[in-house]
Design a protein around this ligand. Structure first.
Ligand code: NI
Length: 393
């Protein structure tokens, strides 16, 4: 596929972006999305690698330049592709055609920024050597899609991993980048407090799990102030409390659920330990018993310093503004790609934000992307990847 000029390429990218926006699919249901990505890449002569993935796919572009020194590298760009169960309220001519489903996190933008980058890298393949893998990942919103990609051994030969995310808090084309932790480890807990049910008029006949659970909640909130270093970002939220069926019965059980967000590994381990101890011992003080279920989610994302500086350097050369990536205890399963515990080895990674025009926040029913940012984003990413694989990192 040849584009006569940039205008033509831009129109193509926008047209296809609108198609993806009209056809959102939820996590692990990205069948049409995957077929469309495959169609566009194949049309462009880009190789799709037959990894065993039900949805999502991996493509590769090879550089044709002779490597200057050492073996040829393989690096990867991850673009997530799934949508959210939200009914779209954005007033745009290419709004979602499926009620209850919407690209409200900009993953349609990630798809087209990725495809645009692949097209540019292919067009300029004589200028670089090595291989770039494009991971079109399913199920990011489910927070575990990356694990499906990893199970398919996609990352075995990858030395560095890049990721991007749309950022509606910044003007179109502004690059958000920072060294260090940029998304949090996302863990979940469920606590079952077991007492002894009885008549509400005779609490002395039983053990009240509601009173014990309320003390557990208070105790859990003290972990951050008493156990975690005050300079470390971390939080705990209890988000669900369930107990009882009526007004005159003290139930036998109460259930709490919540999430813990941390940035570094030590705090994560400490939190798990302290949530167990706090819940179990406080419940015991009330004569009740607490059973803690801890569910580890994605770890924190760490932006490699050299890669972050490369992003800034390329932005400067391209005349694009950079801002420090905002602090957030949100999560992204991108972190699995660089995580030693998941991968068996640490892989340097970098997750950057691309301003998509100031507007509604992600996951809002009226979220939308300024389409004019797709081509600049692809051009920027192509430069970053070429510089990285060229060893200028
Ligand atoms: Ni997202």
């Amino acid at each position: 596929m040849n584009f006569h000029d940039e205008k033509e390429l831009e129109q193509y990218l926008i047209r296809q972006f609108e198609w993806f926006h009209r056809h959102p699919e939820l996590s692990y249901e990205e069948v049409e999305t995957t077929a469309k990505i495959r169609e566009l890449l194949t049309e462009a002569g880009i190789e799709v690698v037959p990894y065993p993935l039900e949805t999502g796919l991996v493509a590769v572009v090879h550089g044709e330049k002779e490597a200057e020194s050492g073996p040829e590298r393989t690096i990867a760009l991850r673009c997530d592709i799934d949508a959210l169960p939200i009914t779209e309220q954005a007033e745009i001519p290419y709004a979602s055609e499926t009620k209850g489903k919407m690209h409200a996190c900009g993953h349609d933008f990630h798809i087209m920024a990725g495809i645009g980058t692949a097209l540019l890298l292919k067009e300029r393949s004589k200028e670089w050597s090595g291989t770039v893998k494009f991971i079109f990942q399913p199920g990011e919103e489910d927070a575990h899609g990356a694990l499906k990609v990893l199970e398919a051994d996609v990352m075995d030969d990858v030395e560095r991993i890049w990721g991007l995310h749309a950022d509606p808090t910044n003007a179109a084309g502004v690059i958000g980048i920072r060294e260090g932790y940029v998304t949090a480890a996302v863990d979940r807990f469920v606590i079952r407090v077991k007492g002894v049910g009885c008549h509400a008029a005779h609490p002395d006949d039983g053990v009240d799990p509601i009173l014990a659970a309320s003390a557990v909640i208070q105790g859990l909130h003290s972990i951050i102030s008493r156990n975690i270093n005050a300079f470390h970002p971390a939080l705990l939220s209890v988000t669900r409390v369930q107990a009882g069926t009526t007004w005159n019965v003290i139930p036998a059980e109460a259930e709490l659920e919540g999430t813990v967000r941390t940035m570094n590994r030590e705090d994560r381990i400490l939190y798990e330990k302290r949530v167990h101890e706090t819940a179990e011992r406080i419940a015991a003080a009330y004569g009740a018993e607490a059973e803690v279920e801890w569910i580890f989610g994605a770890p924190a994302t760490y932006n490699d310093g050299r890669m972050a500086r490369l992003c800034e350097k390329i932005a400067r050369i391209q005349g694009m503004e950079t801002v420090p990536e905002e602090d957030s205890l949100g999560g992204d399963d991108f972190s699995y790609y660089e995580d030693k515990d998941t991968m068996g080895r640490d892989i340097p990674g970098c997750y950057l934000k691309i301003g998509t025009g100031v507007g509604r926040p992600i996951h809002h029913p009226a979220f939308c992307v300024d389409e004019r940012v797709i081509l600049p984003a692809a051009k920027y990413l192509a430069e970053v990847l070429m510089a990285d694989i060229g060893g200028n990192c």
